[in-house]
Design a protein around this ligand. Structure first.
Ligand code: BDP
Length: 327
């Protein structure tokens, strides 16, 4: 009996080893914070579909949309440890673990969205990718997240002085705290999932985000002043745990990179349409939108964020300058 069992076991181990060399990847867990129909969600589903198709089912993925696998900062740590295999993350919360990724969380660093695309698809994206790889993350594609602007329930923001005294939720990253404090606002880092209720109950007065997130979370229902400061252009990353990625064959890695690139192309197309649709929805819902003709005063007010960052990260001066000079 014992012998029979142990030979079965040996057989099973040998089979597992064989499977290992064929690099069958079973049921990868994928993290995503967004709801169904959101461009990033659709593009991630496309990624999964392409992978299963192109690998003939060798790789199968399980998507967890809507942040059901936990908050973004926790999920990033789990990705680095290989507990979560892949996901779609803002580079904002990545900054605390990957200094190179933090450069895109500096206010007003990219002059425009097209410039951001070009730089992320070139040397800037490569420098950030290297930093991510060194910390356990393999980027597969850059998604668009437009530009983030402030919204709140108290008053429109036209100048930095209008932010004074407002309690503003920010993503988990000290740079965003400094950014709000540079205008004498009170910054509260908080998980995305908690923002609606926190505005509703007055724990915070508002937050800042791009139109699709402001709309899809219904934050516009509780914070109806949306002021288009467009102070942050933070790309997002479809990325994998390097632990999972390194366990694959070269052929599988190539398929993954192609699927990542295709997914990013789709996401960028969907993003443009969703931004326009979201603006229509929030305006129809009663949001008071104001544009900012001259963003200079906001740039000036937030300038100290750069000083502190470069002092703490002198080795990233070249990367910051590369972006500011247009890549
Ligand atoms: C959205 C990002 C998402 C962030 C969220 C936030 O797509 O990754 O978690 O903002 O503000 O725009 O937390």
């Amino acid at each position: 009996m014992y012998h029979k069992f142990s030979s079965l076991l040996v057989g099973a181990v040998a089979a597992a080893a064989l499977v290992g060399t064929a690099a069958i990847a079973d049921n990868w867990r994928g993290w995503n914070i967004h709801v169904d129909g959101y461009p990033n969600t659709v593009a991630m589903d496309k990624f999964a579909e392409l992978l299963e198709e192109k690998t003939g089912g060798e790789i199968s993925l399980q998507m967890f949309h809507g942040g059901t696998l936990g908050s973004q900062p926790d999920a990033i740590e789990q990705l680095r440890l290989g507990v979560i295999d892949f996901g779609e993350f803002s580079l904002g919360p990545f900054g605390t673990s990957v200094p190179e990724a933090n450069v895109v969380s500096l206010p007003f660093i990219f002059p425009s969205i097209p410039a951001m695309y070009e730089m992320m698809d070139g040397d800037v994206g490569e420098a950030i990718s290297e930093g991510m790889r060194a910390r356990g993350v393999e980027p597969l594609g850059w998604y668009d997240a437009g530009a983030r602007s402030f919204y709140n329930s108290v008053r429109p923001i036209n100048t930095p002085a209008d932010v004074e005294g407002l309690k503003i939720r920010v993503m988990s990253n000290d740079l965003f705290v400094q950014m709000v404090e540079s205008m004498d606002g009170n910054a509260t880092p908080m998980a995305f999932a908690e923002v609606y209720q926190s505005i509703q109950t007055g724990v915070v007065d508002g937050a800042e985000n791009n139109p699709p997130s402001y709309e899809s979370t219904s934050h516009y229902e509780v914070a109806s002043f949306y002021s288009l400061t467009e102070h942050l252009i933070i790309p997002e990353c479809l990325c994998m745990s390097k632990i999972t990625f390194d366990g694959l064959t070269e052929e599988q890695q190539t398929i993954l990179k192609e699927a990542g690139a295709n997914s990013a192309t789709l996401q960028r197309e969907l993003w443009q349409a969703r931004e326009a649709a979201s603006m229509e929805i929030v305006e129809a819902g009663g949001t008071v939108v104001n544009t900012i003709a001259d963003k200079g005063p906001f740039q000036d007010a937030m300038a100290p964020v750069y000083d502190g960052f470069l002092e703490a990260n002198p080795d990233l001066t070249d990367l910051v300058n590369l972006i500011r000079s247009g890549g």
